[in-house]
Design a protein around this ligand. Structure first.
Ligand code: CP
Length: 313
């Protein structure tokens, strides 16, 4: 089977088979990391543009590395150094790049639906690098890859997502992806940071962290966006820390082999205690490494595959 369509916009419309295909392809891509020359010719002659309207360290640099490891030509455009600052629209910017012969546009934008909008307008493939609070599908896939690599299966796995579920594109993509693979997903956070219809997504909902964490196999910690406190969505950082920080004391009560995950960037000492981020249970740096493999897999599946079973030369 093959990933359907020219674009990759989110996990809402993607089947379990398609997710498994991406994870399997990423495994083959990760093997390239062990070679002396970490480069394969799969996307030679293809051009990838990273069009980032929001800040990013991990997503942008890993798409950059992924494209280079596949031998594509790649350029990265940040909002602040582009003609967007002169008032150029998203679609005019993207069309300008397309007529230069771009094959894939990776876009990050603060507006939910921005990637889908571009996908409808462009002939080039569009890959969603995060659109507002809607989806961050490559982050969820690298999270799933890391879980699969460490634990080996998803069915019945108890995954707890902690923090600001309401504004988190990472949470939304992970909920759609993990539930399709059979994981039992729970969310926990202040009631003001959990969408009212969350149970419609097939997850359990808690406000008590210790209750939610009981029996967890995986704890996925979200970054708390400090501006949410200014919006009155929780009383203070100190109180958030008291009720929702994953501390060493809380870690000690969890399963011995529980996985601690965070998409980054982290607020050490707020949502995660520094010693937990650096503990043996933490797979946060593995998540970053696996992000390159996932992004290589998606670029290959969208732009590079010629025939079944032809992956790596
Ligand atoms: N996890 C994530 O999307 O990080 P960046 O904002 O650094 O890309």
């Amino acid at each position: 089977m093959a990933l359907k369509g020219k674009d990759f916009l989110g996990l809402y419309n993607v089947s379990a088979d398609e997710i498994n295909e991406i994870l399997t392809t990423a495994e083959a891509m990760k093997e390239v990391f062990t070679r002396t020359v970490k480069k394969i010719p799969t996307l030679r002659g293809k051009t990838i543009v990273n069009l980032f309207y929001e800040t990013s360290t991990r997503t942008r640099s890993s798409f950059d590395i992924a494209a280079k490891r596949l031998s594509a030509d790649v350029i990265s455009i940040a909002k602040d150094s582009s003609s967007v600052m002169k008032g150029e629209s998203l679609i005019d910017t993207a069309r300008t790049l397309e007529v230069m012969g771009v094959d894939v546009v990776v876009v990050r934008h603060s507006a939910p639906g921005a990637a889908e909008f571009l996908a409808r307008k462009l002939k080039a493939s569009v890959l969603n690098g995060g659109d507002g609070a809607h989806e961050h599908p490559t982050q969820a896939l690298l999270d799933m890859y890391t879980i699969k690599e460490r634990i080996g299966f998803f069915k019945g796995l108890k995954v707890v997502i902690v923090g600001d579920i309401m504004h988190s594109r990472v949470a939304r993509s992970n909920i759609w992806g993990l539930t399709k693979l059979g994981a039992e997903v729970s969310v926990v956070g202040p009631a003001t940071l959990i969408p009212r219809n969350i149970m419609d997504l097939g997850v359990k909902f808690y406000t008590d962290l210790d209750e939610a964490l009981a029996g967890a196999d995986v704890v996925m910690i979200l970054r708390i966006q400090k501006e949410r406190q200014a919006m009155g969505l929780f009383p203070s950082i100190r109180e958030y820390r008291k009720f929702y920080c994953i501390t060493e004391e809380r870690l000690e009560k969890l399963k011995k082999d529980v996985l601690i995950m965070h998409p980054g960037p982290m607020n050490r000492g707020i949502e995660i205690e520094s010693s937990v981020a650096d503990s043996v249970n933490s797979v946060i740096t593995e998540q970053v490494t696996n992000g390159v493999a996932i992004r290589m897999a998606l670029l290959y599946l969208l732009a590079g595959r010629k025939k079944e079973n032809e992956i790596i030369a």
